[in-house]
Design a protein around this ligand. Sequence first.
Ligand code: GAR
Length: 208
Amino acid sequence: MLRIVVCVSGGGTNLQAILDAMDSGLITNTEIIAVISNNAGAKALDRARARNIPAILMSPKAYPDREAFNEAFTARMCELAPDLVVLAGFLVKIPVQMVERFGGRIINIHPSLIPSFCGVGYYGLKVHEKVLERGVKITGATVHFINEEMDEGPIIAQKAVTVEEGDTPELLQRRVMEQAEWILLPKAIDDIANGRIKVKDGKVYGCL
Ligand code: GAR
């Protein structure tokens, strides 16, 4: 059984997609042992509580500085000792000590086709705003392992989504979620839980 911790900052629709996939059998062999958010108002925490999943608030604002938060966050994760950490719309930079401790066992969903529209300043709706500003015709989403650099770890899966005439950032965000994110992230978790994904020398191997 793959024991996962899901980290979320906001609405938690990707968390909901994971929960739905577990209910419907699209994800097997997996248990969510906790949901962590940096944001007390995150709807994702309510989604977890509704399922009796421990909902943990870890806000940088509660610590004197970023390093104190990084230490506390990493210590909490070590106590939970998950097999996999899933960043499902988590907008906090993962501390380097956590990357060292959980190397190769942290995955992230990003709402673009990496390496386009990623890195510092590219998160949530901002990604879709920049996609529309640039006028690209194809965007999408990426699931990847994380490393010390923002959005640079080995790619597990990507799915393209068409940008349509008249799109707003909100419309495009919704289409990318529906057509890519909510499919890719549950599938990646199921593939990891069932031993179909392996990482060797910084490259992902498997059935994808
Ligand atoms: C999602 O679109 C996710 O890909 C993005 O934040 C949104 C969270 O939505 N993540 C990033 O931008 C990470 N760089 P959700 O809370 O409804 O799942």
